[in-house]
Design a protein around this ligand. Structure first.
Ligand SMILES: Cc1ncc(COP(=O)(O)O)c(C=O)c1O
Length: 384
């Protein structure tokens, strides 16, 4: 029985999974005085560890300056950080719309796409998660879409890549629907099993989008900010989205924040038309300060060098397992025959994401190699 005065997310309230939290340090969670290595970056957001001093300090410095501003306020931090973010995205200009979460980034991207195109329907994959708000959960295809009466009349599912290698069925969907505003895809569906598409498939989708004037929205809430080893996931697949949704790693999870990137054509459309999107905490200075710190951090050679070594060990170790694995950057799924029990790993000091027939790993990007090696040895034993 849950006697807490607050809800537990995504579960029945009776008997839902919880654990007592004493404290955290760089890579560990302390629960009932026991140490647990965080191998999932909590929910994929803690990309720089659990106490990223450089982000915490940036927020605290900004608190000493100002912390509350109007969405319409113009200040140096807002202009500078946005220019730096555009540089990292590196897609010929574009503009940023700020939010405070992944779902809100998706929600606003969907709204902008519908306003810009004047069309309503959105294509999406079945194994996908795009957020818990009504619009975002309507394009979501996994179980979280099931218990809500979502706006399904506006969503069309495309076949899975392996069922439509030449994209002939998907192509028909593009041809026969003249009310398509966009397609939304996680560049690599993360929490639905790290389903890495081929470059050809993603580039084929992009071609169909160009041919039929449909916007390509890439949801990079998990994949962005080096989770896949490149600044953004789309850079690993040589595609150019029209819109990108971001959150999680954008501030390493230290403060709720998110963003949407749109291409030049989309933002120019709104020069003389009202952009019917907004939020009280738009471009919040504490979020901007955290993002500024993240952008400076990931530019450092020491960050990139360490990441390259970690990713190489991570890939080598996981691909050597006898189980079926899918690894890209610092994101991996290991398929298992028997349903893994989250407790089995937790009791051995490892915190990870355990699902029906797989576990998912998303380590901190700054995890020391020796800690990874030690935990991999433990993990390997638990998997046999
Ligand atoms: C790909 C993707 N998009 C959107 C979201 C929603 O983000 P948030 O929980 O910050 O609303 C998530 C959350 O897990 C996600 O994985």
């Amino acid at each position: 029985m849950n006697g807490y005065p607050f809800y537990l997310t995504w579960s029945k309230q009776k008997g839902g999974l919880t654990y007592p939290l004493d404290s955290v340090d760089d890579h560990f969670i302390y629960s009932n005085k026991e140490k647990k290595l965080d191998l999932s970056s909590i929910s994929y957001q803690a990309s720089f560890g659990l106490r990223p001093n450089f982000i915490e300090k940036a927020i605290s410095d900004q608190l000493n300056n100002f912390s509350i501003v109007a969405p319409k306020a113009i200040f140096d931090l807002k202009e500078k950080v946005t220019k730096d973010l555009l540089k990292l995205i590196d897609l010929d200009g574009g503009k940023i719309f700020y939010t405070v979460s992944g779902a809100e980034s998706v929600e606003n991207a969907l709204k902008m796409a519908r306003i810009y195109t004047g069309k309503k329907k959105v294509l999406a994959r079945k194994p996908s998660y795009h957020g818990g708000t009504l619009g975002a959960v309507s394009v979501t295809g996994d179980w979280r879409n099931q218990n809500v009466d979502t706006l399904d009349q506006w969503t069309i599912r495309i076949p899975e890549p392996e069922d439509d290698l030449d994209l002939s069925q998907t192509s028909k969907i593009f041809e026969t629907n003249n009310d398509l505003a966009a397609i939304i895809l996680e560049t690599v569906p993360g929490n639905n099993g790290v389903l890495i598409p081929t470059k050809e498939w993603l580039q084929g989708i992009q071609k169909l989008c160009h041919k039929h004037n449909v916007l390509l929205i890439l949801d990079e809430v998990i994949c962005g900010f080096y989770r896949l080893g490149t600044p953004f996931g789309f850079q690993s697949f040589d595609v150019k989205p029209d819109m990108i949704t971001m959150a999680k790693g954008i501030t390493g999870g230290v403060i709720p924040f998110g963003a949407v990137w749109t291409n030049d054509k989309i933002h120019e459309h709104f020069n003389d038309k009202i952009l019917s999107c907004g939020l009280t905490n738009y471009a919040h200075p504490l979020g901007l300060a955290a993002l500024e710190a993240v952008l400076a951090h990931i530019e450092q050679a020491s960050f990139k060098d360490h990441l390259a070594s970690l990713l190489s060990e991570f890939k080598k170790d996981l691909e050597g397992l006898s189980q079926k694995t899918r690894v890209i950057g610092a994101l991996a799924a290991i398929d298992l025959k028997d349903a893994p029990s989250w407790n089995t790993f937790w009791d051995e000091g490892i915190s990870l994401i355990a699902q029906k027939d797989r576990i998912i790993l998303a380590p901190h990007l700054n995890l020391p190699i020796d800690i990874w090696k030690e935990s991999f040895n433990k993990l390997e034993k638990l998997l046999v």
